[in-house]
Design a protein. Sequence first.
Length: 64
Amino acid sequence: MTLAETIYSKTLIQQKEGVASLTDVLLSDNTQKEAQQNYLSALVDVMKADLELKKVSGNILNTK
């Protein structure tokens, strides 16, 4: 995620200097958003796995 943010900010600078196109900016913005979504999805997966581990080890009650 940090890499995507760095690339996006550098692409913005390059676009202001006339080196990068608007397409480059949009692509790096898309990549940054995708990285953020992947990060959030990974966090949710970790929380699910932690909850499942607690459930099977008897550290929480099954409410079904």
